[in-house]
Design a protein around this ligand. Structure first.
Ligand code: PLP
Length: 430
């Protein structure tokens, strides 16, 4: 294979040099962004670079690869499905993998969240949840309920509808004021003042509100901010009182990340709609679901064709992705994932504790398999990312946080290396 010397003195494969001028990278100022690392393959919790270096992965590919990479059980299921039928359209046709997955998911999520609508990304699942909530009201003749109540620090995706319910200031979407529909945004009702503000907003605007949308327990991309389960109970009570649809976006928190299979379980709260993606296929193929309670589905059940949910992504219910998701659910059944999450939580607490009290460190917090070191600020985020690579780990700080969301199968030594790298970089930083 022909190679060229890269910026950091490492050699890069020919495909990299030839293709790099043609890709547009995510969340990146293309002029100044550091070159992405060429990856040759993955295994377990490791990313193998094309120059042979091996990094321990601290974030499981944007929180998806919960069983580690290349799990043989998922690979076998996808290979079998590929030979049988990679994909058929979901309009007018049905197949075993999608229907089996829908049945299994409906049994796993709490309460009467029973109707599963497939899509192919988290943002689209959120769009569908919002559309379901608005049309739930339209189908019952309530024409004014088209707004949502969302929370500061929240993140729900990058498509237009989803952007509109993200934190407009703290998030990445401030430039799109004017394009986005305007919704109501308040602080999560965590203490007296924010609770009063939340109630005031509901009192003023309940009749315009289709839904309340929240990431339960952890606001991920907004800065890995945690809140208590009681906040979710408060949201449920308010949604009941003001008769508003409650949407839990569990795209990040779903499938064990916070310690329960779903974060809503920690609060004993059943939302009216839940969105799931990311770890749904164990990080192998794109798939998302929007799952509705019976009462939501019932509002679409009609002799009137216009009452149907008019949505249908081309690749919805993709058979390969559903096979991967079914195999991933097998692993949750067969392997002690939640116990592993509890062990990871303890190891993160222990491993990140030395960061407490270091100059520049504002907070150290852990919830399930999410470990966060929040700093006063990070001046050179790209430089910090490169420091971690030099330590042999892949960790991607953003905003003012350094965080770990490893695969649940991460080894004790690998995890110690991840936390150790953070402690070591922070110690020299200070
Ligand atoms: C809570 C939450 N909702 C929605 C999304 C968007 O998902 P996707 O990137 O698959 O569109 C994300 C992605 O990080 C997320 O964390």
């Amino acid at each position: 294979m022909s190679r060229k010397k890269g910026e950091q003195g490492t050699s890069r494969p020919a495909w990299y040099e030839a293709g790099r001028a043609h890709v547009w990278l995510p969340y990146a100022q293309m002029k100044t962004v550091r070159a992405p690392l060429p990856v040759a393959r993955t295994h377990g919790c490791r990313i193998v670079l094309s120059d042979g270096r091996e990094l321990i992965d601290g974030i499981a590919s944007w929180w998806t690869a919960c069983h580690g990479y290349n799990h043989p059980h998922i690979r076998d299921a996808v290979e079998r499905q590929l030979a049988l039928m990679p994909h058929v359209m979901f309009g007018g046709l049905a197949h075993e993998q999608a229907l089996t997955l829908a049945r299994r998911l409906a049994a796993l999520v709490p309460g009467d969240l029973t109707r599963v609508f497939f899509s192919e990304s988290g943002s689209v699942a959120v769009e569908i949840a919002m559309k379901m909530a608005v049309q739930y009201w339209l189908n019952q003749g309530a024409r004014k309920r088209k707004k949502f109540l969302a929370f500061r620090g929240g993140y729900h995706g990058d498509t237009t509808g989803a952007m509109a319910v993200c934190d407009p200031d703290g998030g990445m979407h401030a430039r799109f004021h004017g394009l986005l529909p305007e919704h109501y945004l308040v602080e999560l009702p965590q203490e007296e003042e924010s609770a009063a503000n939340f109630t005031r907003c509901l009192e003023r605007h309940a009749e315009e509100l289709a839904g309340i949308i929240v990431e339960p327990l952890v606001q991920g991309a907004g800065g890995m901010r945690f809140h208590a389960a009681s906040v979710l109970q408060r949201l449920r009570e308010a949604a009941n009182r003001y008769q508003i649809i409650l949407i839990f976006d569990e795209i990040f928190t779903g499938f064990g990340r916070t310690g329960n299979l779903f974060a809503c379980e920690a609060a004993g709260v059943v939302p009216d709609i839940i969105t799931l993606s990311k770890a749904l296929t164990g990080g192998t193929l794109p798939l998302a679901v929007t799952i509705a309670r019976d009462k939501i589905f019932d509002a679409f059940w009609s002799d009137e064709p216009g009452h149907a949910l008019l949505h249908g992504p081309t690749f919805m219910g993709n058979a390969l992705a559903c096979a991967a998701a079914n195999a991933s659910l097998d692993l949750f059944e067969q392997e002690p994932r939640l116990r592993q999450v509890a062990d990871i939580a303890a190891a993160l607490e222990h491993g990140l504790a030395p960061c407490r009290g270091l100059p520049g460190v504002k907070d150290v917090r852990v919830k399930g398999a999410v470990g966060v070191v929040e700093l006063d600020r990070i001046d050179d985020v790209e430089g910090l990312r490169a420091r971690f690579v030099n330590e042999g780990v892949f960790i991607r700080p953003f905003g003012s946080i350094i965080y770990l969301t490893p695969a649940f199968t991460v080894g004790a030594e690998e995890l110690a290396k991840l936390t150790g790298a953070i402690v070591s970089v922070m110690s020299e930083h200070s």
